[in-house]
Ligand binder design. Structure first.
Ligand code: C5P
Length: 214
């Protein structure tokens, strides 16, 4: 692998969770450390790509050579992705909250006799939106965290979302916040199962595959 394989290419990466406010002090979120997405952004930059990393709220250092845009909510992440286009490839690693509170309170909700009921509305699907957009990057890669029927779900997700590849992540063990991942790369032509790898090694292998494809 040569260092400049992605020179001149712009790659967009989303990573981390999103936080959806309930009121100014509370939120709902998905569980995500951001480690895998940040490692992918760093590995792409190491191959010479210009990388825009749209990051949800995480406490991780920005990888060398990466342009980082911090966001809180799914809607802000969708807007930041849109602003970063055009891109040659996009790798959507973020664990986006599927719902937001439809009418977040402007003031802290007080404890009363009755617990508040939260009305939820669906968030935009950033991956599906990008895959269907007029500015669709040539290579669109999604992630799928699954605990069962990992490959079957990823194959279905690839078609449903309009992605070129789905990186299926078997999270039945202790992957969440952990340091290793078991990956199946689902493409139009088949499924490639990788041995269990440390997250930086997953990132390097995926970055090389993206360089092959571009
Ligand atoms: O549907 P599911 O959340 O399992 O899909 C996961 C993939 O879709 C990931 O690539 C994730 O970043 C992306 N996604 C997204 N916007 C959403 C939900 C998921 O970009 N609202």
């Amino acid at each position: 692998p040569s260092a400049g394989r992605l020179r001149g290419k712009h790659v967009l990466v989303t990573a981390g969770p999103t936080h959806e406010p309930i009121d100014p002090v509370r939120y709902i979120a998905n569980r995500s450390s951001g480690k895998q997405g940040f490692a992918i952004a760093g590995a792409l930059a190491a191959l010479g790509a210009r990388v825009t990393l749209v990051a949800g709220p995480v406490t991780l250092p920005t990888p060398a050579g990466v342009d980082r845009v911090d966001v809180e909510t799914a809607r802000a992440m969708a807007a930041a992705v849109d602003s970063a286009l055009p891109a040659d490839a996009a790798v959507m690693v973020a664990a986006v909250a599927d719902w937001r509170v439809s009418d977040a309170a402007g003031q802290k909700i007080k404890k009363e006799e009755n617990s508040p009921a939260l009305a939820l509305v669906e968030n935009p699907d950033i991956l599906a939106g990008l895959a269907g957009s007029a500015q669709r990057p040539r290579l669109v890669v999604g992630f799928a965290a699954e605990t069962e029927q990992v490959i079957e779900h990823a194959i279905a997700k690839r078609t449903r979302k309009g992605a070129d590849w789905i990186v299926a992540n078997d999270v039945s063990g202790d992957v969440m916040g952990g340091d290793a991942n078991t990956i199946h790369l689902v493409t139009a032509t088949g499924v490639e199962s990788w041995e269990k790898l440390a997250k930086p090694d997953v990132a390097r292998r995926l970055a090389e595959r993206i360089a092959d494809a571009l």
